[in-house]
Write a protein that binds this ligand. Structure first.
Ligand SMILES: C[S@@+](CC[C@H](N)C(=O)[O-])C[C@H]1O[C@@H](n2cnc3c(N)ncnc32)[C@H](O)[C@@H]1O
Ligand SMILES: [Zn+2]
Length: 279
């Protein structure tokens, strides 16, 4: 609910604090943002528009996560977040590109009393995140712009398979806070990528992430998690539909290749979970 995160939010036009009045958020200068019926709010500056994942992608992701295939990853991220929050400062948890909010909900389950702010450019994602946990507030915003979040408000920032804006993450993090990042390793889902002709994970991705985060964040931990997925064809189809290949693969060719998959399809997941501290 937005009540839980209102103290963390900042006006996307002027950066002032926001207050919740009836069904809208307002700053002192009179900038106002309506709360959507589904409980989220859009905090974008004038010319910017929502975008990000389509509702089909979000639904595919929700169904895939609900089947529990990424449970080892969700648990690994939640356990890492819990450790950093245990001796961390007061403040909320902010997730960039939070999608359905499932990951943030698991972190909040292990952090009683903390609020979670789910940021995503997709309205469909925000709709789902708003009801993923009672202490989540969901905001539609573009994480490549200035985040509509007050400086130092986050005890923890989460970023799981989502865009990473290092300087803004650094700004919203409390000086004693931490950033937890999960990203795909080059071997992630390799068998499926091969068989279906999907987009490959760039071999240099881990390096690129470090560079993209910039000098204000220093890596303090890095663990590779590998586990096996046993998928039905429907699961495999969802996995494709929820990722970037959904934009880039010719649908009829993909349907044919999916139909040729053995069942169950055994696929290796390989994910890097890292933690960073502000410097
Ligand atoms: C691969 S999904 C990951 C979702 C979630 N973290 C998870 O692991 O289930 C990437 C998410 O980033 C969002 N996204 C993409 N570009 C964005 C942007 N510029 N600002 C905010 N969110 C963005 C998408 O809408 C999508 O929900
Ligand atoms: Zn304002």
């Amino acid at each position: 609910m937005l009540e839980h995160v209102i103290d963390m939010l900042a006006c996307p036009h002027c950066g002032d604090p926001l207050a919740l009045r009836e069904r809208s958020l307002r700053c002192r200068r009179g900038h106002a943002f309506d709360v959507a019926r589904q409980g989220y709010v859009t905090l974008l500056p004038g010319e910017a528009r929502p975008g990000g994942d389509t509702s089909e992608m979000v639904e595919a992701r929700a169904a895939f996560l609900a089947a529990g295939h990424y449970r080892p990853l969700v648990d690994a991220v939640a356990a890492t977040a819990e450790r950093f929050l245990a001796d961390g400062p007061s403040g909320g948890v902010v997730e960039l590109g939070a999608g359905t909010g499932q990951q943030l909900a698991q972190v909040l389950e292990r952090a009683p009393g903390r609020a979670g702010l789910a940021l995503d450019l997709s309205r469909a994602a925000a709709r789902r995140a708003a009801r993923a946990h009672p202490r989540i507030g969901a905001v539609v915003c573009d994480v490549w712009r200035r985040l509509p979040v007050r400086s130092g408000a986050a005890a923890l920032v989460l970023d799981v398979f989502a865009p990473r804006n290092g300087p803004e993450i650094r700004r919203v993090l409390h000086p004693r806070g931490a950033l937890v990042v999960a990203s795909a390793a080059p071997r992630h889902l390799a068998e499926l990528v091969e068989r279906l002709g999907l987009l490959r994970v760039d071999e240099r991705k881990p390096e690129r992430i470090e560079q993209a985060l910039g000098a204000g964040l220093e890596r303090v931990e890095r663990r590779v998690r590998e586990f096996e997925l046993e998928l039905t064809r429907t699961d495999a189809e969802r996995l494709v539909a929820m990722g970037p290949s959904a934009w880039h693969t010719e649908p009829s060719a993909l349907r044919e290749r999916l139909a040729d998959l053995p069942e169950p399809v055994r696929v290796g997941a390989s994910v890097v979970v890292s933690a960073y501290r502000p410097v």
